[in-house]
Each structure stands twice: as structure tokens, then as C-alpha cells.
Design a protein around this ligand. Structure first.
Ligand SMILES: C[S@@+](CC[C@H](N)C(=O)[O-])C[C@H]1O[C@@H](n2cnc3c(N)ncnc32)[C@H](O)[C@@H]1O
Length: 444
């Protein structure tokens, strides 16, 4: 049961989203073109990040989109997790109505929706393998309490994806919100009048003035989109967080970080001109720091992401370092899987199967989320990826195939030795497993 303070919060948020349901995207928009969003919405990705479990069948899996809004995130979850049961809840009846229509329009008639607050999730009488809480946690008054409420409906091996507004990245918007609060624009639900006043205010400011330059016209030209202003300058209950705030809330809710959702981009090494040539105190300090400390360092140096987007779960038994573990296993016990979102991404399939093409392919053109360029020559690409498009493969069979495709070195035509081919394939797997394109299974 919500307290009075919570009620006040809920009412303000509810009013805002009842009058302007979010996101304002046409129902017909398929939203499934963005392989990065699908990849991040996939239970397969989340579970593999959590404990290296490879999920191949989603039939008996249940996925909850908490605060689903008008269902854009729910539709992505449905596309990304075919066969799984999809449930969406939100406090805004208007948003739920649109979400339901959206999912039906795209053929997901089975998706279930309910008007429900996070505090009342136990009413669903169900636990979920994946919970998505996107663009909502920063609106609630007590983060640790909200996480506990979500954890109650999370399966023991399930994963919760959440995100928070970054205090450092959005600092200027918080200044704008404070100003508009002082001007009285946020006492009631901000609507057309308040939007008009905000627009007039910015129009009257000189262009170079800091607040205008950082929140209104910086690089985007003049902004004239109601929802954008409401979700930034006039956002009720919006609060900024830092990673230490998040880690403290995890402690209070007995949850643990699985990883950042765009983990490939949270790499402190990429912040330095010469990461292999750092002053000793810095290199040792960062190398030896735990993951949380490295992330906090990154956040302070480069707060470039609007969202602190994370996966978390119930505490895990201590994790072995998988990147070392699998390399120590006998190669005949290793099976290689292609992530289903990668496998089903049509432009990638076409690039692999198009035998006529000889130019190398940059994987990051297909999968920008890997965060760096990776050029692969066609022989390697075809020998390695083409069989994986059909099914998972034993490491040994990938090595055999590569040897057939490239029996000798092009320079002096000396034969490629099986061990050399195996080392090459294994180093490629290691790299692409870290980026998330490939998954490794070690069989007993
Ligand atoms: C910014 S929208 C995000 C919608 C959707 N998750 C997305 O990312 O597109 C926030 C949504 O959270 C809902 N919401 C806010 N507080 C909530 C609560 N306590 N319980 C359930 N829904 C809530 C609002 O009604 C609104 O639809």
C-alpha cells in the first residue's frame, strides 16, 4: 500500500503520462530494425552475461515489462524473445491502452497488459525470467525499495534490466528543472501553457547563455517537440543518480550487478591515448581495481551516457573468470554458438552468404554496439560464421573448415598447421565472445 509521500509522487507522474503517454511513436512503427535494441532486450544476452548460461528455448520463459508506457519497449522484448510470455504493466491506463494496441497490431495477441504500480507487482502472482524496467526507476522516491519490490517477482536465476538517469550527464537539465520549479511551472501537471512559457523563456535568452547552449540549442538546432521538453526540462520527479548511488541501493536490496548493458563501451582503457603506456600508479591501480571501481572511474572521467543502463540479479555464487576458464578446457569440449540476434540479422546473413564479395567486412558496421572496428577477411568470416548461421558448432569442426578454406599462407604458400588454425580461431572467438556476438559452451 502506497504511503502519502509515494501517492504524491505517483499522482504527479501519473498525470504527466496520462496527458502525454510515452513514447509518442506510431503504433505501426515496427521498431525491429534496430539490432542493438533487440540484442539488449534479449533474455539470451542477459542470461549469458549473468552466468554464461545459453538459453535456446524461450517457450516456458516469462518476461515482464514494468512501466511499459505505450509499449515500444514491450514490442522490442516480444521481437527479441520469440515464444516467451510477455507481460506489460504501467500505472497509466492511457499508456496501457496504446501498448495493448501496439502489440496486437504486430501480431503479439498473447501479450498481457495490466494497469498496475510497481509497489503492487506481487498481485501478478508470478515470477519472471527477465524484468525490464526502462526509464522509470529514476522517477520513484526510494530506489532500494523499488529494487526490492522488483526482486520479489524475479526468478532466482532471473535478470532485471533497469536504468537510471545519470546525474553527471544530465546535470544541465536538472538546473533547468530547478529553475522551472522555482518559476512555478511544475506545481501542477505541465501542459500547453507551461510548455509555451518554457519555449518563450528560451527564445528570450541570448544564444550563448549557458543554460540555453547546454539544454536547448546545443548541436540540435532549436527544439520544438512537446514530449522532448516534458521528458527533460519539465519532467516531474526526475532524479539523477551516480554509480555509487546504484551500488548502495544494490546492497540495500540484496541484488548484485551483472554488468552494464553497454558493457563494451565502459572500458577505461579507451579513455587513454596510450592505454599500454600509462604511469605505473595509474595502470596498476586501474588494472587491480574491481569492476565497480573501474566503472566509477569511467563515470567520473567520461559521463557521456544519459542512462546508467544495467543488468542485475539475485546474488551469484562466486564467478570463475570465464575468459580464462574456457581457454583451459580441452578444445573437443567446446561448442560455439552465435547469438540469435546476430544470426537473424538479415544484412549480416547476406554479407556472410554473399560468396561474390571479396572485401573484408567491418563487424561494427553491422553491430555498432561492439564499440570498435573489427575488420575480418572474407575467408575467415565465411569459414567461421557461415556454419554458425545454421547451427552451433564444435570448435574442432570450425578449425577443420578454416583449414580447408585456407590451407596455406598466401605469402609463401607454406601449409597452415592445425595448431596455428586452432589458435587463430580461438583468439577470434575470445574477442568476439567478449563483444557478445559469440557464446561459448563448455561440455563436461
Ligand atoms: C518515461 S516512461 C517509460 C516507458 C517505457 N518503459 C519506455 O522506456 O519507453 C515512464 C513510464 O513509467 C510509468 N510509471 C511511473 N511510475 C510508475 C510506477 N510506480 N509503477 C508503474 N508504472 C510507473 C509511467 O506511467 C510511464 O508510462
Amino acid at each position: 500500500m502506497a504511503s502519502n509521500v509515494d501517492r504524491d509522487y505517483l499522482d504527479k507522474t501519473l498525470q504527466q503520462f496520462e496527458s502525454y503517454p510515452y513514447p509518442d511513436i506510431p503504433i505501426e512503427d515496427p521498431l525491429n530494425k534496430d539490432v542493438e535494441q533487440l540484442y539488449k532486450s534479449s533474455l539470451v544476452t542477459a542470461r549469458y552475461r549473468r552466468d554464461k548460461k545459453i538459453i535456446t528455448d524461450l517457450k516456458n520463459r516469462a518476461i515482464l515489462d514494468v512501466a511499459c508506457g505505450t509499449g515500444a519497449t514491450t514490442l522490442r522484448l516480444a521481437w527479441a524473445n520469440p515464444g516467451a510470455k510477455i507481460v506489460g504493466v504501467d500505472i497509466s491506463p492511457e499508456s496501457i491502452k496504446i501498448a495493448e494496441q501496439r502489440l496486437k497490431h504486430h501480431g503479439f495477441d498473447e501479450a498481457e497488459f495490466q494497469v498496475l504500480a510497481i509497489a503492487d507487482l506481487d498481485q501478478l502472482n508470478q515470477k519472471f525470467d527477465l524484468i525490464n524496467a526502462s526509464d522509470v526507476l529514476y522517477l520513484l522516491p526510494d530506489l532500494a525499495l523499488t529494487l526490492r519490490q522488483l526482486a520479489q517477482v524475479l526468478q532466482s536465476d532471473g535478470v532485471l534490466r533497469g536504468n537510471l538517469h545519470s546525474y553527471y550527464q544530465r546535470f544541465n537539465y536538472y538546473r533547468a528543472q530547478t529553475l522551472f520549479q522555482r518559476m512555478g511551472l511544475m506545481e501542477d501537471n505541465p501542459e500547453e501553457t507551461e510548455l509555451g512559457i518554457a519555449r518563450e523563456f528560451y527564445a528570450a535568452l541570448r544564444d550563448g547563455v549557458n543554460l540555453k547552449a547546454t539544454t536547448w540549442s546545443s548541436g540540435r538546432g532549436e527544439i520544438d517537440n512537446d514530449q522532448w521538453i516534458l521528458m527533460n526540462h519539465l519532467f516531474q520527479n526526475d532524479k539523477g543518480y551516480t554509480l555509487p548511488d546504484l551500488f548502495e541501493a544494490f546492497e540495500q536490496s540484496d541484488l548484485t550487478l551483472v554488468d552494464m548493458v553497454d558493457w563494451q563501451k565502459w572500458d577505461w582503457r579507451k579513455l587513454f591515448k596510450e592505454p599500454d603506456n600509462l604511469p605505473a600508479y595509474l595502470a596498476m591501480g586501474l588494472e587491480n581495481a574491481d569492476r565497480e571501481e573501474q566503472l566509477c572511474f569511467y563515470e567520473l572521467v567520461q559521463p557521456d551516457k544519459r542512462l546508467l543502463d544495467f543488468w542485475c540479479s539475485h546474488p551469484l555464487p562466486s564467478k570463475k573468470d570465464f575468459s580464462e576458464y574456457w581457454l583451459e578446457q580441452s578444445p573437443e569440449n567446446i561448442v560455439v554458438h552465435l547469438h540469435p540476434c546476430v544470426k537473424n540479422f538479415a544484412p549480416f546473413r547476406q554479407a556472410i552468404l554473399d560468396q561474390g564479395k571479396l572485401m573484408p567486412l567491418n563487424l561494427s558496421h553491422c553491430f555498432p554496439f561492439i564499440g570498435q572496428d573489427s575488420w575480418l577477411d572474407r575467408t575467415l568470416l565465411t569459414a567461421f560464421y557461415a556454419p554458425l548461421l545454421d547451427s552451433s558448432q564444435a570448435l574442432e569442426s570450425l578449425v577443420c573448415r578454416y583449414l580447408k578454406a585456407r590451407p596455406c599462407y598466401p605469402g609463401d604458400l607454406t601449409p597452415v598447421k592445425p595448431k596455428e588454425a586452432q589458435d587463430l580461431i580461438m583468439s577470434m572467438i575470445a574477442e568476439q565472445e567478449e563483444w557478445g556476438l559469440i557464446m561459448i559452451e563448455v561440455q563436461d
